[in-house]
Design a protein around this ligand. Structure first.
Ligand code: PMP
Length: 380
């Protein structure tokens, strides 16, 4: 066997997909594992893609993105609160590539990235692939927030970036103003990048404090955004990066080297997407969120208060099983699937996603309840 890039041996298969596959193999399961909208892409967005195809918008786009989409994204970002120029935008293959391009583009081997956990596992994979070091900051003792003391303890002379994800996958929690000012205090004026993974922001009905809008941090902030979640476009693979020009002109070269450009007709459809209201989907998730919270509370489970995204992260540690055994047994004996918290660096919890119909969700939660009762009965 010929050896590969040494860093590639540190990558692991996504636990989210592993448990989804296990549930599929067992059959008859209600899947509460899936982290993607159960809605179809809104019709005007699909129509715009169709129209672009019939106009033969099938040739290479500029590496950065089409002029129109970059302009519209800049306008969209400006409306969020920080004036943004088209030159500060890069259209990427989803937030996945935005994160990859951002982290690979800024990291040198041995540098450190602070990842508050629980966290989406992609950050760790990219940091490892760059030969850099993930520094996990466990937020569970901080009630899933951040403090000045915890950040000060995590920062070293090698710290190059911190990744924030609010609303969070897997908890659905939102970082408070206090947490964000602790982050600002920790990094302002230092050679540390703030990477804001904002993919769930567009679906939040609650106001979501956002450090990426702070002008003082502008020269050190990179925003990763996606069309996947707010517009139910996960399979389209379009997202973007926003950052200061001196960084973006370099990240453009990295993006050009690995992706060249995002398909032109998809970008035309994304221009349309930016004008589509997401309130109906956000309302649906908010309604389901209330229902799930009520049901889990009835079952006696505690969880960080979810305020956005479409996940909830109950604590199952009192049942005396590891979160992985808990999820495996729940699939096998109760036919309902969730993802173990250890896949997000937070054992003792499970992630439940409510991206399914009200009926399926109700049935799935009934099965969770029956499973908990069977565990309690076996403990007694
Ligand atoms: N960040 C987070 C927190 C996510 O949950 C996801 C997708 N599950 C992504 C980034 C990647 O999204 P995309 O589909 O845009 O690549």
């Amino acid at each position: 066997m010929i050896s590969l890039n040494h860093n590639i041996y540190n990558l692991r298969r996504s636990g989210i997909r592993r448990y989804t596959n296990l549930a599929r193999a067992v059959g008859g399961c209600v899947m509460l594992t899936i982290g993607e909208p159960d809605f179809d892409t809104p019709a005007p967005i699909k129509a715009a893609a169709g129209a672009a195809l019939s106009q033969n918008r099938t040739h290479y786009a500029p590496n950065q993105g089409t002029a129109e989409l970059c302009r519209e994204i800049a306008a969209f970002e400006s409306r969020r609160g920080l004036p943004t120029k088209a030159e500060e935008v890069l259209v990427t293959a989803g937030a996945t590539e935005a994160l990859f391009t951002a982290l690979l583009g800024i990291l040198n081997p041995g540098e450190e990235v602070i990842i508050p956990t629980p966290a989406f596992p992609l950050y760790e994979s990219i940091v490892l692939m760059a030969g850099a070091k993930p520094v996990f900051l466990d937020t569970k003792p901080l009630v899933f927030q951040l403090t000045e003391e915890a950040l000060a303890a995590a920062i070293t002379p090698k710290t190059k970036a911190i990744v924030l994800n609010s609303p969070n996958n897997p908890t659905g929690a939102i970082l408070s103003e206090k947490s964000l000012s602790a982050v600002k205090k920790a990094i302002l004026g230092k050679d540390i990048f703030l990477i804001c993974d904002n993919v769930y922001q567009g679906l939040s009905r609650e106001s979501c404090p956002d450090l990426s809008l702070d002008g003082d941090l502008r020269e050190q902030t990179l925003v990763c955004q996606s069309f996947s979640k707010p517009y139910a476009m996960t399979g389209w693979r379009v997202g973007y990066l926003r950052g200061p020009e001196y960084v973006m002109e370099k990240l453009l070269l990295l993006h050009a080297a690995q992706v060249a450009a995002i398909p032109t007709f998809l970008q035309d459809a994304c221009v349309e997407a930016l004008g589509v209201a997401t309130t109906e989907m956000a309302d649906t998730y908010a309604r389901r969120r209330e229902f799930v919270c009520r049901r889990l509370t009835e079952m006696g489970l505690s969880y960080p208060q979810p305020k956005g995204a479409f996940y909830i992260f109950p604590d199952i540690s009192r049942f005396g099983l590891s979160d992985e055994d808990f999820c495996t047994q729940m699939i096998q004996s109760a036919r309902v699937a969730a993802v173990p918290g250890s896949c997000f660096g937070c054992p003792g919890h499970i992630r439940i996603s409510y991206c399914c119909s009200d009926e399926l969700l109700a049935e799935g939660l009934n099965r969770v309840e029956a499973f908990l009762k069977s565990l309690e009965a076996s403990v007694c």
